[in-house]
Design a protein around this ligand. Structure first.
Ligand code: GDP
Ligand code: MG
Length: 312
């Protein structure tokens, strides 16, 4: 990160006092644990609110947000520093194009991340979507194939557009938990997280409302319909994931140019075949040959003088 331009985190001063003091408290907690910088990778489909969420976290309009235009092709790194703590947030272009994962975009993102460390993956989707589909699964799978399934140990889900009235008279919290459950299920199946992989904890989900029309509490903090001040809640969850004891993901050449990190054992298949050939098949063939040579030939074969093998 040294070559990047690290600016003073002025946006933190723009937050209401209650939010600011909570954020400084959380940054203090990180520093106490010797964490003086965090790199957050933000990924998801197009138009779900990735860039808006980046801007909400840093408290300024650092990256472009657009309702209609396609996103830029390159990831953008936003670095901000405050009282000895550096926050790096990497905004990325949406991964889906024309119904499929765009491999070229994925490749650009991987190259951009080369030699960087991912401390947190923020996977963004919308709360106000009523179905999960194959596209969601494809994006999750593409992320897993690129960075390995362990990236999900350092991840959280962010659901935007959280200021909504649920359909069918459902309670807000009940609607949110149904949507979270459905998405977590897709993450688990898209990333092939199995019980035996010791997923002893679930991926946290944070609700976000990036709109300027978001309701506020008496302290002027943006709140969700259930009263939660979501910016401190988001940063608190990021802090918890950062300190959850799992390792950050180092993006090196081996990770991005090597085989799928989840299937590295497949490299050993030729070796296994070679082992079988030299240590099982060859000795068996040798034993058969020596058996044949030692075999006492029947009298008819000796009488025949090999004529039976003559070709006509
Ligand atoms: P990206 O393509 O994932 O980076 O999405 P953007 O951040 O560019 O957002 C796409 C559109 O959704 C923009 O018009 C944003 O203003 C809008 N948007 C993003 N997040 C929210 C949110 O939480 N609530 C609402 N109401 N609109 C949002
Ligand atoms: Mg964007």
């Amino acid at each position: 990160m040294a070559s990047q331009l690290i600016r003073e985190w002025v946006g933190i001063q723009q937050f209401p006092l209650a939010t600011r003091s909570r954020l400084l408290e959380l940054l203090g907690l990180l520093k106490q644990q010797d964490v003086s910088s965090l790199t957050i990778l933000v990924m998801g489909k197009s138009g779900v609110g990735k860039s808006s969420t980046v801007n909400s976290i840093v408290g300024e309009r650092a990256v472009a947000v657009s309702a209609f235009q396609a996103e830029g092709l390159r990831p953008v790194l936003v670095s901000r520093s405050s009282s000895g703590f550096t926050l790096n947030v990497i905004d990325t272009p949406g991964l889906i194009e024309g119904g499929y994962v765009n491999d070229q975009t994925l490749e650009i993102i991987k190259r951009f991340l080369l030699d960087k460390r991912i401390d947190i993956l923020v996977y963004v989707d919308r709360l106000d979507a009523y179905r999960v589909d194959n596209m969601d699964k494809q994006v999750i799978k593409a992320i897993t194939d690129s960075f390995g399934k362990d990236i999900w140990r350092k991840s959280l889900l962010v659901l935007t557009h959280a200021q909504l009235s649920p359909p069918d008279g459902l309670e807000y919290d009940a609607f949110c938990s149904r949507r979270c459950e459905a998405l977590l299920k897709v993450v688990h199946s898209g990333a092939k997280l199995k019980k035996q992989d010791a997923w002893g904890f679930d991926i946290p989900v944070v609700l976000v409302e990036n709109s300027g029309r978001c309701n506020k509490n008496q302290s002027d903090e943006k709140i969700l319909p259930n009263g939660t001040a979501w910016i401190p809640n988001l940063v608190k969850t990021i802090t918890e994931v950062a300190l959850n004891g799992s390792n950050s993901i180092m993006v090196d050449r081996k990770l991005i140019e090597g085989p799928n990190p989840n299937r590295q054992w497949k490299e050993f298949i030729p070796l296994i075949f070679a082992f079988q050939y030299f240590f099982i098949i060859k000795p068996i063939q040798g034993a058969i040959r020596s058996d044949i040579s030692k075999e006492a030939k029947p009298a008819w074969e000796l009488r025949d003088g090999g004529r039976s093998s003559r070709r006509w």
